[in-house]
Design a protein around this ligand. Structure first.
Ligand SMILES: Cc1ncc(COP(=O)(O)O)c(C=O)c1O
Length: 486
């Protein structure tokens, strides 16, 4: 084959262009375009050596898969920082930590309790480990259309009714920074010999000051996975896993190692070492400063009539014992305006947000966002020509229908194996078995999981979201994939 010598680096070109835009980062990673590394002289040196430090295990350095020297020492310091019995650095994100904690805790065929509103890595682990899930439905806040918690009495009932369950997987906090007090659930699960695993991907900064929620390790979870890269000054892909006592460490370490590359970059390890030390020395002071600044600007932004940044007081009104991470903004856009268009406008004005669910825009704030960043955010929001973003077909919040968990016809791992699939119209899918997860955004919780029966309730939800112009993953051109012989 003739090879032409044409320069073509689409990824490099796009990243260079993005860097030149000089956006204000209100998104991951937590180091905010490197600013987090300028806090100490060591950090500055690390920053200037990024490429040279991109080595893996060489003579004289330590082995992440069998740490005996510097990695062991640093991981011990990590453990001291969060508490718990043993702590680990992960270079393949919380995704690898979630797989490792689930594989090490459960065996094939085990029954587990898990939130329906969980990350895809948990759904994938359920398939790969051939688990039998009992899903917990979330309460949805009808004002903002976001999942806020799992009703505590309901979880306790599910635990009481399923004593053969081996463990429970919780998410703390969710993508919106909303948490519920999980200590009672942990206690109840433990009374019933159930292990408690917590996906705290968005909570690595928790517990460092009074204005932030408590850390899940402190609350007594058995294993906690936290993405260092989401909220701390650490590189993308870096995460921590902390195991409390009564965990089979040898077994856990086998799976951590199995789900991780054998060539970890020392730059990842250095950035985790740096982030850990930063939190140890400055976490309290800096996150207090960050939440104080966040509160000040939240108050000013909330004087604008077309948006509302969710406050802890909004959630207190519900009396459900839930709270919000105040180092995060969830900007709820009033229903006559388009949030995706507002997001576009913010990006055009160099404000980089974390995500938009169609109604709310989420921003991840950090100690490395200074007052100028907040002030620019406010100015851009204030000058927004919001009337240009008016929409007609908005979600009718009063129509929100209660979430119900449909009947499972196939376990997730069984459904994954079946290839006989046909595509049917939404109008003809009743009583068929769904061959793809059906998830509306927002709120991002699956209405149906592959292998579940499409009943009247699920269908009415699908139609409701379609009518409201909410995009639904798994529904294409009003058509759904179902299993042929079922
Ligand atoms: C709730 C939750 N859990 C787990 C993950 C996976 O984390 P990572 O990107 O570090 O693999 C994410 C990623 O966004 C997440 O939002």
């Amino acid at each position: 084959m003739e090879r032409k010598n044409i320069l073509s680096t689409p990824i490099v070109d796009a990243i260079n262009k993005y860097i030149e835009e000089n956006n204000i980062p209100f998104s991951m990673p937590g180091h905010k375009a490197g600013k987090g590394f300028f806090y100490t002289d060591d950090g500055k040196k690390l920053f200037s050596n990024i490429i040279n430090g991109d080595i893996t295990e060489v003579e004289g350095l330590d082995n992440l898969h069998k740490p005996e020297g510097i990695i062991k020492e640093s991981q011990e310091l990590l453990c001291k920082l969060y508490g718990g019995a043993k702590a680990y650095y992960l270079v393949n994100g919380s995704t690898s930590g979630i797989l490792a904690m689930i594989f090490s805790t459960f065996n094939e065929g085990d029954k587990i309790i898990v939130e329906r509103n969980c990350h895809r890595s948990i759904f994938n682990a359920i398939i790969l480990r051939k688990l039998v899930p009992i899903y917990l439905k979330s309460e949805i806040d009808e004002r903002f259309n976001i999942p806020i918690c799992i009703n505590e009495d309901y979880i306790l009932d599910v635990i009481n009714e399923n004593k053969d369950v081996k463990g429970i997987i919780l998410t703390y906090p969710n993508y919106y920074g909303i948490c519920q007090n999980i200590s009672k659930i942990i206690l109840k699960a433990k009374e019933n010999n159930m292990k408690v695993l917590v996906d705290s991907a968005h909570g690595a900064h928790f517990g460092f000051c009074d204005s932030l929620p408590q850390n899940a390790v402190e609350l007594g979870a058995d294993i906690v996975v936290m993405s260092a890269h989401k909220t701390l000054p650490s590189f993308t892909q870096t995460s921590f896993l902390v195991a409390n006592k009564n965990i089979d460490i040898e077994n856990l370490e086998f799976y951590i190692s199995a789900f991780m590359t054998t060539s970890p970059s020392y730059m990842f390890l250095c950035s985790m070492d740096y982030a850990r030390n930063f939190m140890e020395l400055y976490g309290k002071k800096e996150f207090e400063k960050c939440t104080k600044l966040a509160r000040k600007y939240r108050k000013i932004i909330n004087e604008l009539s077309y948006i509302h940044v969710i406050t802890p007081e909004d959630l207190k009104e519900k009396n459900l014992g839930i709270y919000i991470d105040e180092s995060r903004y969830v900007i709820n856009v009033k229903k006559q305006y388009s949030a995706p268009l507002l997001l576009k406008y913010l990006k055009k004005n160099n404000i980089q947000c974390e995500m938009c669910d169609g109604i709310n825009i989420v921003l991840i704030l950090s100690p490395f966002n200074n007052e100028m960043d907040f002030s620019k955010l406010y100015e851009v929001l204030k000058d927004c020509p919001i009337h240009e973003f008016e929409i007609e077909n908005s979600l009718n919040i009063n129509d929100i229908i209660e979430q119900k968990i449909p009947q499972s016809k196939l376990l997730p791992f069984e459904a994954q194996k079946i290839k006989d699939i046909e595509i049917v119209s939404v109008d003809n899918c009743i009583n068929r078995v769904c061959a793809e997860n059906i998830t509306p955004y927002p709120p991002g919780i699956p209405i149906l999981i592959k292998g579940e029966l499409i009943d009247e309730h699920a269908l009415s939800l699908i139609k409701y979201y379609l009518k409201s112009n909410i995009s639904i993953l798994g529904v294409d051109n009003l058509k759904i994939k179902v299993f042929t012989k079922m």
